[in-house]
Ligand binder design. Structure first.
Ligand SMILES: CC(C)(COP(=O)(O)OP(=O)(O)OC[C@H]1O[C@@H](n2cnc3c(N)ncnc32)[C@H](O)[C@@H]1O)[C@@H](O)C(=O)NCCC(=O)NCCS
Ligand SMILES: Nc1ncnc2c1ncn2[C@@H]1O[C@H](COP(=O)(O)OP(=O)(O)OP(=O)(O)O)[C@@H](O)[C@H]1O
Length: 207
């Protein structure tokens, strides 16, 4: 089984690429979904956040106030570092568990969809890094359109991540997501054939 890290910035098209890879037969491990699950009330990340950031980040319904915490950490690198120190080890452990599960299921490939795979040092868990790339102006437009964010909020979140040029240094494959979704899917089909189907499923690299 080939273990592939799929990364890129916010709204760079990772989930769209991952969804298509899922249709092709890959198992998808979604780091954002793991993060949201662990930060449900009573979850390990929720408890640690309440302990470190304080009960003012608990919304009236008991959930983590994601909007408030996002506004805090994406405006202040020191606060983001504090959150990352809590979240990344917990997310990493769960990703490891889900990779093991995928291996037992006999999937040809597992895709770790993780926006901050490189920033968090999780690339040591994967055999290849696939990077979704698009011009930053298009990325800002997609964040604003999808999340209803202001331009400033979109730029703040992008600034909390490594620049694309830095990420390219670690990428085995770049996936251009600047065209239509159909264009992206065609590119992904080709990469899947070349790097998974025709590679003996990466079995020679299996750990
Ligand atoms: C700060 C939080 C509460 C904001 O929640 P919100 O619902 O607004 O955003 P969501 O979790 O859906 O993330 C949306 C996007 O923000 C970006 N983002 C999230 N966390 C981070 C981070 N630590 N560093 C840089 N960018 C991040 C990613 O591109 C992600 O796809 C939340 O993002 C969080 O708990 N982040 C820490 C967990 C983490 O590191 N996640 C990344 C998984 S690899
Ligand atoms: N060619 C394309 N490829 C991928 N996504 C596209 C494309 N064109 C437009 N989009 C849109 O861009 C937006 C962001 O895509 P997606 O949600 O897949 O990104 P993401 O990298 O997973 O984002 P995040 O990590 O923030 O969740 C979506 O609304 C998607 O429909």
């Amino acid at each position: 089984m080939k273990i592939i890290g799929l990364t890129g910035g916010i709204a760079s098209g990772k989930s769209t690429v991952a969804q298509h890879l899922g249709a092709l037969g890959a198992v998808i491990v979604d780091a954002d979904a793991i993060s949201r699950a662990l930060s449900q009330p009573g979850g390990s990340m929720y408890n640690a956040i309440m302990h470190t950031f304080g009960p003012e980040y608990r919304a009236e319904n008991g959930q983590l106030d994601r909007k408030k915490l996002g506004a805090c950490v994406f405006a202040d690198p020191a606060q983001l570092a504090k959150l990352n120190a809590i979240s990344h080890p917990l997310i990493r452990a769960e990703i490891g568990r889900q990779i093991a599960q995928a291996r037992e299921g006999g999937a040809p490939a597992v895709i770790i969809d993780a926006p901050v795979l490189l920033e968090s040092g999780m690339q040591d868990m994967v055999q290849e890094v696939w990077l979704a790339v698009l011009p930053v102006e298009e990325q800002i437009s997609r964040v604003m359109a999808r999340d209803g964010a202001t331009k400033d909020a979109a730029q703040a979140r992008i600034a909390a991540q490594w620049p694309l040029e830095e990420k390219k240094k670690y990428a085995d494959v770049c996936i251009d997501t600047s065209g239509t979704i159909a264009d992206t899917c065609r590119i992904v089909d080709k990469i899947w054939i070349e790097r998974v189907q025709n590679s003996g499923n990466g079995a020679e690299k299996n750990e």
